[in-house]
Design a protein around this ligand. Structure first.
Ligand SMILES: O=C(O)CCC(=O)C(=O)O
Length: 275
């Protein structure tokens, strides 16, 4: 499949200057409908739950509690059809325009905000979740599978914040059981730019760009499918200190640990380290 969307030089300049970009259409209406059916099925079947790949990003993730921000890490592991789409062809073409010829797909995830109860995704920088000893050149391409609005939680960005270092973060509500992070200090919200989009459009942001989505106050679920692309991570001379990730003790990590141990036992090899 050949790409059907490419960025103009003006769009590329805008992204490098501002740290984000909005693109009105990254795939067709028909493909969005197909993706939405797969997406809903993955959440309905709770794929990845046992191995810690489906969890409540914004809550304490108890088994019998309705999640306020359900997330799936790597949904294409559970639905390989997600790998074979026009969306992926266009996303790779655009990512390569922004990051250069060594650009690689580095993963996908899905964040659902259930109708009425979907929580805000607080202000954060994606790199705050990542390793301390490497530098990343990475972007996320965020695709809503229905129109994204201020009412249901479209993306909002702080322009040029990608030029700053990773700021101090903590787990949402300072609760170590919650996976999601928020910045210790809110950015200057007068600078925030909201990016409403049609279904199948996209926003693109740098891994250090500060961003936020509001709660879903609408009557329909807000579905976001997110693709990440990066170049080779470079080892840092001085590691950073992302201490906020070490304070976490989440049910997601506990399930992931148990799944790794069960897999090791089944394969007859030593259990992997428990950290
Ligand atoms: O979809 C959301 O609510 C947040 C998305 C996000 O934080 C991201 O794609 O990095």
């Amino acid at each position: 499949m050949e790409p059907t969307v490419l960025l103009t030089p003006e769009q590329i300049d805008f992204y490098h200057r501002e740290g984000y970009l909005s693109v009105p259409a990254l795939t067709t209406t028909e493909e969005v409908a197909r993706l939405r059916a797969i997406y809903d099925d993955l959440f309905r079947r709770r794929v990845g739950r046992e191995e810690g790949n489906q969890f409540d990003l914004g809550g304490t993730d108890e088994e019998n509690k309705e999640p306020v921000l359900p997330q799936i890490l790597g949904p294409s592991r559970y639905a390989p059809a997600l790998n074979d789409t026009l969306l992926r062809v266009n996303a790779l073409a655009i990512a390569t325009q922004l990051l250069g010829p060594t650009t690689k797909f580095s993963g996908d995830h899905a964040i659902l905000k259930p109708a009425k109860i979907g929580a805000a995704t607080p202000w954060h920088q994606d790199e705050a979740y990542w390793g301390e000893d490497v530098d990343h050149e990475a972007i996320s391409i965020w695709i809503p599978l229905q129109p994204a609005t201020m009412l249901n939680g479209c993306m909002q960005f702080i322009p040029r914040s990608q030029l700053l270092e990773v700021q101090p973060h903590h787990t949402i509500g300072h609760d170590p059981r919650v996976h999601g992070l928020e910045m210790d200090q809110l950015p200057d919200l007068a600078q925030a730019v909201a990016c409403p989009l049609p279904a199948g459009g996209a926003t693109i942001h740098h891994a250090r760009t500060m961003h936020y989505t509001g709660p879903n106050k609408s009557d329909v679920p807000r579905r976001a499918y997110i693709l990440t692309y990066s170049t080779e991570a470079r080892q840092r001379a001085t590691p950073r200190n992302h201490y906020w990730n070490r304070t976490k003790d989440t049910p997601r990590e506990q399930r992931a640990r148990q799944a790794r141990q069960a897999a090791a036992k089944a394969a007859g090899v030593a259990a992997p380290p428990t950290t």
